[in-house]
Each structure stands twice: as structure tokens, then as C-alpha cells.
Design a protein around this ligand. Structure first.
Ligand SMILES: O=c1[nH]cnc2c(O)c(F)c(-c3ccc(F)cc3)cc12
Ligand SMILES: [Mg+2]
Length: 214
């Protein structure tokens, strides 16, 4: 039977990337998605903005909502100091199975906890399960309609501290209007839009960076 897109993406990584070299994994996926088959990774252009925010925050604890094939997981983990932790939540078991293999190929397993399940169920468990006091960075890249409810849940669970950063993908396309309205109008956030393009295309999209003011 026909392979799936995530399986073909993994094949490209295993064919073209060097085991243990996260940059080669990122480059192999970008090459594949730009020249062979589009896939919904944050991509190289928005990925550079993600890199700059990760480097600026220098987080000890990161939560990623939406793993997909692990592209941004590897992209973030490669920039983290040795004992930093990245918790990534993926609802789709087929995506999670591929992501584990991509993360392993990149040699990033030590820094990453991939959890299969719904963000709404798992966010309240993060403190106890992972001994997390606060999240330094949250990367929202799952389902646009979940951005706002999950942000409110993260707040309610006391997972944010003064200076915690939320970075949301796809705020223009496919678009997360209710989320944008919330973070841009709330007194508890200082928000900034980074204009870019939908991965591997000329369509406008961007990332919204929101600093929690406490
Ligand atoms: O569902 C998504 N979750 C997370 N990120 C996405 C993304 O970056 C996309 F480009 C897209 C996307 C899918 C199909 C299109 F035609 C355009 C964008 C979807 C998601
Ligand atoms: Mg996205």
C-alpha cells in the first residue's frame, strides 16, 4: 500500500541526513519539502525567526504543541543547552511514530520528551509528570482553534512566569484570529508580529511572539 507523507519525509532524512547531526536533518527536510513534496513544517524562513527567539530566550524548559514529524522539535532542541528540556505534544500517533525516528536520527532524544495525546489533557499534567515549575518558551503549532483554549489552560495551570514567551505559528495562514485578538489586547502580554511566508511558498504567514508580563 502507498506510503504516507510523513513516511516519505522520514525516508528523505534517512537517505540524505547524517545521524547525530541535527542541522543535516533540518536541511534534508527543507530540501525534500521545497523540491519534492510540501509538508507542514515551520520551514526554513519562519525557522530562522524561531531560531532567533529560542536563542534570545535561552530556555531551560520548552513546550511545543504539535510535533508533526519533529522538524521544529529538532530545530529547537539543537539550540538548547545540555540539560534543557523540550516537551512536545502530538495528538496523531502516526505523526508521533515518525517524529520519534526523526528526533532519534538527529541525536536529540536526551533533550526531548515526546508525549502522544491531546494538549488539553496533558497540559494540566506537565508540572507533576516532568517536575516543571514554569515554561520559559511555548511554541504553538498544532491546531489553530486550540491556540486560545490551550493558552488559557497554560495560564490557569500556573505554567507561565514573568518573561515566559509564547511563539505561535500560522497566525495569518491558516490563521488564528481569536488567539491574535486575545494576546494583542490582553494587558498580560506584550505581543509582536514577525511577518514571513507560509513554509516553502510565497503566501504570507507569520509568527506572533507574546511575552507574559505576569
Ligand atoms: O494544521 C497545521 N498545524 C500546524 N502547522 C500548520 C502549518 O504550518 C500549515 F502550513 C498548515 C497548512 C495546511 C494546508 C494548507 F493548505 C496550508 C497550511 C497546517 C498546519
Ligand atoms: Mg505550522
Amino acid at each position: 500500500t502507498r506510503s504516507t507523507r510523513p513516511q516519505r519525509l522520514l525516508g528523505a532524512v534517512q537517505k540524505s541526513a547524517t545521524r547525530g547531526d541535527p542541522c543535516s536533518v533540518v536541511n534534508a527536510i527543507d530540501q525534500f519539502c521545497r523540491h519534492t513534496e510540501w509538508a507542514m513544517n515551520v520551514g526554513d524562513e519562519k525557522g530562522c525567526i524561531l531560531d532567533s527567539v529560542v536563542s534570545e530566550v535561552n530556555p531551560a524548559t520548552v513546550l511545543e504543541l504539535g510535533t508533526y514529524c519533529g522538524y521544529s522539535t529538532v530545530r529547537i532542541a539543537r539550540l538548547l543547552p545540555p540539560h534543557a528540556k523540550l516537551i512536545t505534544l502530538e495528538f496523531n500517533p502516526d505523526f508521533a511514530a515518525i517524529a520519534r525516528q526523526v528526533i532519534a536520527w538527529a541525536g536529540m532524544e536526551e533533550k526531548v520528551h515526546l508525549v502522544e495525546g491531546a494538549s488539553g489533557e496533558w497540559i494540566p499534567k506537565i508540572k507533576e509528570q516532568f517536575g516543571v515549575k514554569a515554561l520559559d518558551l511555548v511554541f504553538l503549532d498544532h491546531w489553530k482553534d486550540q491556540y486560545l483554549p490551550d493558552t488559557k489552560l497554560i495560564e490557569e495551570c500556573g505554567l507561565l512566569r514573568k518573561g515566559s514567551v509564547l511563539l505561535a505559528d500560522n497566525v495569518i495562514f491558516p490563521g488564528a484570529p481569536q488567539y491574535l485578538e486575545y494576546v494583542r489586547s490582553s494587558q498580560q502580554y506584550e505581543s509582536q508580529y514577525f511577518k514571513s511566508h507560509l513554509e516553502y511558498t510565497k503566501v504570507e504567514d507569520g509568527l506572533e511572539k507574546s511575552v507574559f508580563l505576569g
